[in-house]
Design a protein around this ligand. Structure first.
Ligand code: NAD
Ligand code: UD1
Length: 361
């Protein structure tokens, strides 16, 4: 009996690389695709090294192709070479600020890439898809914690592309009832694999909090600016639902296990959870942590003093965002387990493994 094969787009990226490792660990065969627009071949080497040398996962394969998901011919070739049972679609552009400057690139890549992939999947008769969405689709939340049924609203071209892809997949699922599609809305993924061998390496100056924190601690950047100290929150700084990237990755395994539960080739003989059709899940921890708390936790678990200053609010930031995470637990049997201390220590371990020459700007 062969284990099912999953095609992972954006496999060399932050969340993709961690998910590849968790899928292989769970017994899936994995085919990765990435065009390296926000990653490079070293990420693939790191995944292979972690798989084989550290985790000793020799019974499962990770085959990688450098390709763009908008290139339907290249995708077709990959689908013809491998018997693919399902796809996890991470590939896309994700910088909110940049999306205001280059909306066309965002629509073309995120919406065009999803359409191209969907067409090839349909032609090749592959009917299981996990799509990376974002908590950004909730806009300014009406109430907390945020439930999946909350209203949606996009504030940026990036957010628009995620919302439009969700709508496209909803329409598609209505017309194709034999498909299984999971829309996963991630909150704030941070941290790194506990080995410190894979992690997040944004191009240029990081926009997101955790990579900025680790780069300041490593002396790559002068100091952290904490955007806003006068929010209506207990300590005046914003509150977010930070989730360890390995927890997030294991949530993808739970989602595909449940979606593929009827396959004869399933590596688990009797998966406990089964989902069909289109499903939307929040992927968060269910609790909020303030920016100040995260900085203090980082300092205490790493022993690094973090030079920081409180500055003006960043335009577009929402005071508090955190998930109602109960649906994923009920329908997938998955919940995040790792705390902020581990998010900080693992992110730091990864940072210590990086050489300054790896920073691209
Ligand atoms: P990432 O940039 O690290 O990974 C995305 C990968 O996709 C990169 O390796 C990039 O080279 C590749 N890629 C981009 N366009 C491609 C294309 N057309 N063809 C092939 N490969 C392409 O980002 P990530 O943090 O791993 O995010 C993965 C997904 O999750 C994205 O869709 C993102 O929008 C979504 N998401 C991320 C976050 C977050 O905070 N990281 C939050 C919510 C949602
Ligand atoms: C942002 C995006 C979201 C995206 C996510 C991951 C917006 C509105 N949301 O979330 O769509 O999915 O990134 O890419 O842009 N902070 C600082 N100093 C810094 C960096 C951040 O104080 O140098 C603060 C921010 O003000 C915020 C918190 O840290 O309160 C988290 O910021 P960030 O990591 O950028 O994520 P979000 O803004 O929550």
């Amino acid at each position: 009996m062969n284990a099912p094969t999953l095609l992972v787009t954006g496999a060399a990226g932050f969340i993709g690389s961690h998910t590849v490792i968790e899928l292989l660990t769970a017994g899936f065969q994995v085919v990765g695709v990435d065009n390296f627009s926000n990653s490079d071949a070293k990420a693939v080497d790191r995944i292979q090294a972690l798989k084989t040398e550290v985790l000793d996962l020799r019974g499962v394969n990770f085959k990688f192709y450098k390709a763009d998901v908008r290139d339907a011919k290249a995708l077709e070739e990959i689908f013809k070479t491998h018997v693919v049972h399902g796809v996890i679609h991470f590939a896309g552009l994700k910088a909110v600020g940049e999306s205001f400057e280059h909306p066309l690139a965002y629509w073309e890549n995120n919406v065009g890439g999803t359409m191209s992939l969907l067409k090839v999947m349909q032609e090749q008769n592959v009917k299981n898809l996990v799509f990376s969405s974002s908590a950004t689709v909730y806009g300014i939340p009406e109430s907390l914690p945020i439930k999946e049924e909350a209203s949606t609203h996009a504030f940026s071209p990036y957010g628009q592309t995620k919302l439009v892809c969700e709508h496209l997949l909803e329409d598609f699922a209505k017309a194709n009832k034999d498909w299984n599609i999971s829309l996963l809305r991630y909150f704030n993924p941070v941290g790194a694999h506990e080995s410190g061998l894979i992690g997040e390496l944004p191009n240029g100056v990081p926009n997101n909090l955790m990579p900025y924190v680790t780069q300041v601690a490593a002396g790559w950047r002068d100091q952290l600016s904490i955007f806003g100290s006068d929010y209506d929150t207990p300590d005046g700084t914003c509150i977010r639902d930070f989730i360890h990237v390995v927890d997030l990755a294991s949530g993808h395994v739970a989602a595909v296990q449940a979606m593929l539960s009827n396959l004869e080739t399933h590596p688990l003989n009797a998966p406990k959870f089964s989902i069909n059709g289109l499903n939307i899940f929040n992927f968060g921890t269910g609790y909020g942590v303030s920016v100040k708390e995260l900085v203090e936790t980082f300092e205490s678990v790493t022993g690094q003093k973090l030079k920081h200053a409180f500055v003006e609010r960043r335009q577009g930031d929402v005071p508090a965002v955190f998930a109602d995470a109960r649906k994923a637990k009920e329908f997938l049997g998955w919940e995040a387990k790792k705390g902020v201390d581990q998010m900080c220590s693992d992110a730091w371990k990864w940072q210590l493994n990086l050489k300054q020459t790896e920073v691209k700007a």
